[in-house]
Design a protein around this ligand. Sequence first.
Ligand code: DX5
Ligand code: ZN
Length: 224
Amino acid sequence: MGREIKIAPSILSADLTNLGDAIRILNDGKADLVHLDVMDGHFVPNITFGPAFAKELKVVSKIPFDTHLMVSHPMQYGPKFAESSDWLTFHIEADDNPQDTIKLFKDLGVKVGISVNPGTPFSAIKEFVPELDLILIMTVEPGFGGQKCMTQHFSKLTEARELVEELGQDTEIMVDGGVTEHNVAEVVKAGATMFVAGSAVFRGARGPVEEIKVLKENALKGLE
Ligand code: DX5
Ligand code: ZN
């Protein structure tokens, strides 16, 4: 049975003076999701977008919003971002009560994901997988776009794939950090069903629409 592979361009790497246009380009460019990197300057050493900003951008988008909360207090900020999100992901490292956060987010009507940092083993989120719509495996330290992919963490994609299949679920498995046209087949082969691409989409020489096309084509090679 064929897995569907989805691309989530991260607008963190887009022209920040023109984010409305970046979203319009993704609308036309066959992106599957818009990946919104939310950073609080505490969980990670960088600050990005707030909830009011996300709401404005969402109005322009015809594509579902996939919000990646890199914040220390997901319970506090999650509800504010849920209004503009279709998928909402928090970090296991930032949360002492993941069960409560999952429930809160679900009650808000969004699809729920948990992310693990490069230094966190997949086993840290294993017990929550039955309740998750998305598992997000980081292959860079969160905080900045344009970093090199830490390929040694691809094995977590396989761990996630095996567990999801064992449970008979359709939980999405997403990879975030340094994905390019050269390694995207490998992440799909390892088990990913969704991939984030920031600089590969917005900083590539061919322009976002063409870069998305190439990334998707190459991603499918991982299923062969
Ligand atoms: C890193 C972010 C990523 C990042 C991806 O903290 O979570 O989503 O923007 O950008 P690239 O694809 O350039 O690594
Ligand atoms: Zn991200």
